[in-house]
Design a binder for this molecule. Structure first.
Ligand code: DGP
Length: 112
């Protein structure tokens, strides 16, 4: 837990969020500013700043499994997108690792 981290506070329940799924080590909640009909953020409960700091393949596997379960539950059988922004140039604004699960509309490419 990092005391100033927004997503740590969501993970511990001190800031509310619309939780869609959770496990012992991971949490998924709806993005406050959705960019698609389904826009869910999947995070590890433990504080990791970004993909640059990931060194735990088990944790990554858990995030992948949870994301696929949510995509299926949200009815995204036509496809979906998984995005993580890393650092300033990557467009990261919250420095607690999170994956955006986007779906429910046709995604554009390149993402810009
Ligand atoms: P990124 O820019 O990749 O770091 O994504 C951060 C996302 O977090 C952004 O899409 C908006 C979302 N967000 C920011 N503050 C909150 C919040 O308080 N609650 C929720 N549910 N989402 C938030």
């Amino acid at each position: 837990m990092s005391s100033e981290c927004l997503f740590c506070k969501i993970a511990e329940g001190s800031i509310p969020a619309e939780i869609v799924a959770e496990t012992e080590s991971a949490l998924a909640f709806r993005d406050i500013n959705p960019q698609a009909p389904t826009h869910v953020l999947i995070i590890p409960r433990g504080h990791v700043e970004s993909l640059n700091e990931v060194d735990d393949p088990e944790m990554m596997g858990e995030l992948v499994r949870l994301s696929r379960m949510i995509a299926s539950r949200e009815g995204l059988e036509n496809g979906w997108r998984w995005v993580t922004n890393v650092g300033g140039d990557g467009g990261q604004s919250v420095f607690h690792l999170h994956f955006h699960l986007l779906g429910g509309r046709r995604m554009n490419w390149p993402p810009g």
